[in-house]
Ligand binder design. Structure first.
Ligand SMILES: Cc1cc2nc3c(=O)[nH]c(=O)nc-3n(C[C@H](O)[C@H](O)[C@H](O)COP(=O)(O)OP(=O)(O)OC[C@H]3O[C@@H](n4cnc5c(N)ncnc54)[C@H](O)[C@@H]3O)c2cc1C
Length: 322
């Protein structure tokens, strides 16, 4: 049973010293792009690094800790998220600064789109792909977000963060072992910012690239819908959307959830989907694609949290792998 007020009391005197907003039992359906799911037991928006440090020092060790960005790649289950959930506030973690040599220091909650725009203003190339990704820099760094043949892993020099004890850490790019939409994030590190590097490029040329990104988005993605971007990773040598299409799952609907008829690797909440509907739809697609092609799709959307009691969902496992 989640009890945010009780958890808040466990922070002791620090709870009244924190400057950022503490919100017990806070609905994650308002925070995630998929607009579904249960509450976070205790949501905290630190105002700056000192505030976050104070919170981490006060948080008892046994309390689970989750960090989220803009929730554009998250599905929070209907039973909610146990423990503390941190979402950085724009005031302390949303700045960008040019530091010379085509380098930018940016806060972790900087919208990807702002970084692309800032880089253009500075005449720094290599960031236009971020213009079409609706997440934050922290989420991009944790997922190795990418598009149009570029990914953030290619642009990072080092990442700054705080560990669970509230100590400052610097993670060099190599330690992240960036792969296809994946990264080896050290456990329990909250990314607070990063040093990024591009290359000198004419502003007008960057502007053109950004226009191409924008046009592409508007034609191929259900941008206005409640969606979570790509649902599944591309398996080696295959495009996930093609496998889904061939298995007859384009437009497939369960409850209020649908695989988009426009981009069939994106899930849509038609307005009243539960997290259960969305996850059940995803598992159904995995099963159908496997039965049709022998390929087992892997979720790209991160699924977090608990199932409500009596509504557990079991992941599809092919009989021969069971
Ligand atoms: C319409 C649409 C289009 C999309 N297009 C693309 C695309 O082209 N390419 C692409 O790669 N993705 C795409 N996505 C997916 C998503 O936008 C990216 O994965 C994005 O990087 C997630 O960022 P976020 O801030 O929303 O992270 P969240 O969804 O909030 O979190 C994602 C993960 O990052 C972790 N995380 C977030 N912030 C931090 C932090 N500060 N410290 C540590 N960990 C953190 C979370 O714990 C979680 O595991 C799309 C999504 C949508 C809805």
């Amino acid at each position: 049973m989640l009890d945010g007020k009780k958890l808040m009391k466990r922070l002791g005197a620090a709870a009244s010293q924190l400057r950022g907003r503490l919100a017990p039992d806070s609905g994650m359906d308002r925070v995630t792009w998929l607009r579904a799911g249960g509450p976070a037991e205790l949501l905290f928006h630190p105002l700056d690094e000192d505030d976050l440090q104070l919170f981490l020092h006060a948080l008892p060790e046994d309390v689970p800790l989750t960090v989220i960005g803009f929730g554009s790649n998250l599905l929070v289950r209907d039973g909610g998220l146990e423990g503390a959930v941190v979402r950085l506030s724009a005031k302390g973690f949303g700045q960008q600064e040019a530091v010379g040599d085509n380098r930018i220091v940016a806060g972790a909650i900087s919208p990807d789109k702002h970084i692309a725009g800032f880089a253009m203003d500075q005449g720094i190339g290599g960031f236009s792909f971020l213009y079409g990704i609706p997440g934050s820099l922290g989420g991009a760094l944790a997922m190795n977000a990418g598009a149009h043949g570029c990914e953030i892993g290619d642009r990072v020099v080092e990442i700054y963060g705080l560990n669970r004890k509230g100590e400052k850490v610097t993670i060099p790019r190599e330690a992240m072992r960036y792969g296809d939409r994946s990264a080896r994030m050290p456990d329990d590190v909250i990314i607070t910012g990063a040093l990024l590097e591009g290359f000198a490029k004419d502003r007008a040329a960057i502007r053109e690239e950004m226009e191409v990104v924008r046009n592409h988005r508007e034609t191929v993605q259900p941008v206005q819908k409640k969606t979570g971007g790509s649902t599944f990773r591309n398996p080696d040598g295959h495009a996930a959307w093609r496998l889904i299409d061939e298995a007859g799952c384009r437009g497939l609907m369960i409850g209020g959830a649908q695989m988009s008829p426009v981009n069939c690797n994106s899930m849509i909440n038609l307005g009243h989907a539960s997290a259960y509907d969305l996850e059940y739809l995803g598992e159904t697609v995995r099963e159908r694609v496997y039965n049709h092609t022998g390929i087992l799709l892997e979720w790209e959307i991160r699924r977090l949290g608990k199932y409500p009691e009596g509504r557990e969902l079991y992941a599809f496992v092919p009989q021969e792998l069971d």
